[in-house]
Design a protein around this ligand. Sequence first.
Ligand SMILES: *Cc1c(COP(=O)(O)O)cnc(C)c1O
Length: 499
Amino acid sequence: MTATSSGHRGLVMEEPLLFEQDADGRTGVDLPDAEGRKPRLGGLERKARIGLPGLSEPQIVRHFTRLSQKNYAIDSGFYPLGSCTMKHNPRLNEKMVRLPGFSMAHPLQPQQTVQGCLELISTLAHWITTLTGMPGVAMSPAAGAHGELAGLMTIRAALTARGDARKTVLVPESAHGTNPATAALCDYKVESIPANERGRIDVDALKAAMSEDVAALMLTNPNTCGLFENEILEVADVLHDAGAFFYGDGANFNAIVGRVRPGDLGIDAMHLNLHKTFSTPHGGGGPGSGPVVLSEPLIPYAPLPYVVADGDGFRMVEHDDSGDSFGRLRSFHGQMGMFVRALAYMMSHGADGLRMVAEDAILNANYVMARLKDSYNVPFPGPCMHECLFDDHSLKDTGVTTLDIAKGMIDEGFHPMTMYFPLVVHGAMLIEPTETESKASVDQFCDTMLHLMERAQSGDADWFHEAPHLAPWRRLDETAAARRPVLTWKPEEEKGEAA
Ligand SMILES: *Cc1c(COP(=O)(O)O)cnc(C)c1O
């Protein structure tokens, strides 16, 4: 790479941190000196500078605009991250959520002044229970993992109410990491159930693991190998016969929305990721929302608060007189912005449109698999659901790993697929194109993936080990970034060992 005198490379700017750009007395807003101001904080006034950098407005605008340009986003390109459903967010949703009645509402407003918001939550709850075939839904969880927590706490409350102190939660090997984490957070012992040779839960192993101590099984369907758990009815029977509950992880609902109702599969509790299936932005782009649907026996134990129709209007129920509810999970009522976006998405698609979402998502994933399968090894052959799974068998003896392929994809202008997950296959590459990609963009992606495998197999390992060659930053120490993040800035002269 040619060095430049500025350190910039083309439009990729090399700039100091905001704190390093600090200049004494510089400010973005020009306020008059506050003369004769009386202290209002009863002696708790600030005694020293809090160390915010002095910056002008254009400096700040440029800094954050540049940072946003370094981000990869669904709005900038194909985002095949398996298990995440990174699909296009229709701008209609954004228009709806910016209506002042929604965007300016405050959660502490008197309820009679936010009747429209309460009606929207109630209408969305109706769509969710209809789509899932479940009688109840708790709307407040703030993400998928939070929905899992709500679901397991509801199950635990129901078990406690019947005097049943079960201690074990079963989780298949292929599960998303949040499943065992949630069970552990609820003080359950986590027992892993192996997958069979078809990539589905091993029902015999499940039967062998069942006992009076099992509170629940947490199962994702379609599972994280992109496969439909076709023995799910038997799984439900095994659980219910032993007095256990069936928790469904609904993160992959995109693949079955409008086609399969989890309520018909014997599921007792399941979270939906509104920010996956119903297109609201997530990851770095916004908050999540993870309503959890519940079967009849679990409804009394659901978290507070919830909306009910009351006369001509709606009312948020904040207290539970029966004492059955396990209580509050978070402040306020849920992620209002996500509710508006999700309902806008559902209503603009309609029943037929939502069914098409699932069909097209599956069609695109199977198209990717068909195009790549002679080049990338498919561990569980046969049609997939909304995502397709490859392992690293085809990279054997090339010196190139799954990680190297991912880094090569960055040079080619693609966000990497999900890698090394699920754990049931070696060097996993999980690709979810979603239904919003055109055939042209899926083809461009497949051409690139085929090219990368050809490059790996032709002995070009050195190129891969140096990739990404074209990104602003190369290979970062991801472990250190996660385990020892540097979250406070210190001037150069104060930096000690710890920095
Ligand atoms: C995304 C996902 C989750 C967690 O959802 P968050 O909203 O990220 O907390 C759980 N399970 C599966 C299978 C997922 O894909």
